[in-house]
Write a protein that binds this ligand. Structure first.
Ligand SMILES: [Fe+2]
Ligand SMILES: [Fe+2]
Length: 248
């Protein structure tokens, strides 16, 4: 199967359909778990403004999940069954759901990693999915603006910023592993060959880190040491390692 355009669910067949369902499942896990993270964070958000925003983000993430439910239905798959196999959000991302610093780091780090995958899906060869992703990414721009705003606020307070840095060092390696998977290999090659993605995982990870790096330099946030990535089992290609080593 070479470069293709798949316009209808019934035209997604064989290994193409299998890979499509795997990628959609990964996104569905992320969207539904993120809805739970933001929903739960209403409780620990320090101000009313932030509580309202957390509620708004939870609603938007639920909408992203609902869009995937419709896509699963169209493929003849029951989304309840897919969802049942999802690990709990806190465990999935090594996150304390009742810790506002963790939520702020999550917003800057984990949520944005998902957006970079969704940028690929927006241009995917499976058009029913690609078409739904425009609205999702519009919401995600707002989430990231908030993530950056939070980072800047934390950077103004030395003690709080140290906590932010510590939580970030714990969460980023897990994010690379969970959100992007292995940076190369036959699955990656297949996704690009059939247009389910337009860039290699290596390119997507590097684009994510390079975007983040601009805000990190501005605020003095550092990447965790390479050993932290090894400990989390996050595999790094040399180009990715270079970005991480550029801001230690
Ligand atoms: Fe989302
Ligand atoms: Fe989000």
């Amino acid at each position: 199967m070479g470069a293709v355009t798949v316009r209808r669910p019934e035209d997604a067949q064989g290994p193409y359909r299998d890979m499509l369902v795997r990628l959609m499942t990964r996104q569905f896990y992320a969207e539904t778990a993120t809805a739970e993270v933001f929903g739960r964070s209403i409780g620990c958000a320090p101000s009313l403004r932030e509580k309202f925003r957390a509620a708004e983000f939870a609603r938007e993430e639920a909408d992203h999940g609902e869009r995937l439910c419709r896509l699963f239905h169209d493929l003849g798959i029951d989304p309840e069954n897919v969802h049942r196999a999802r690990p709990p959000a806190a465990q999935f991302w090594s996150l304390d759901l009742d810790n506002w610093v963790h939520i702020a780091v999550f917003n800057f780090t984990v949520d944005r990693a998902g957006s970079h995958q969704i940028m690929e899906y927006r241009d995917s060869s499976y058009l029913p999915w690609a078409e739904e992703m425009h609205a999702v990414l519009a919401d995600e721009e707002g989430h990231y603006e908030n993530g950056v705003e939070n980072l800047r606020e934390f950077a103004r307070d030395k003690a709080l910023f140290a906590e932010f840095q510590h939580a970030y060092a714990g969460m980023l390696p897990v994010t690379l592993k969970r959100a992007f998977g292995r940076p190369s290999g036959p699955d990656n090659d297949y996704c690009v060959a059939v247009g389910l993605k337009r860039h290699t995982a290596e390119q997507v990870v590097n684009r994510y880190l390079a975007e983040m790096l601009g805000y990190m330099r501005e605020c003095g946030l550092k990447f965790p040491p390479l050993a932290a990535f090894a400990a989390a089992g996050a595999e790094l290609l040399p180009s990715t390692r270079d970005i991480i080593l550029s801001n230690q």
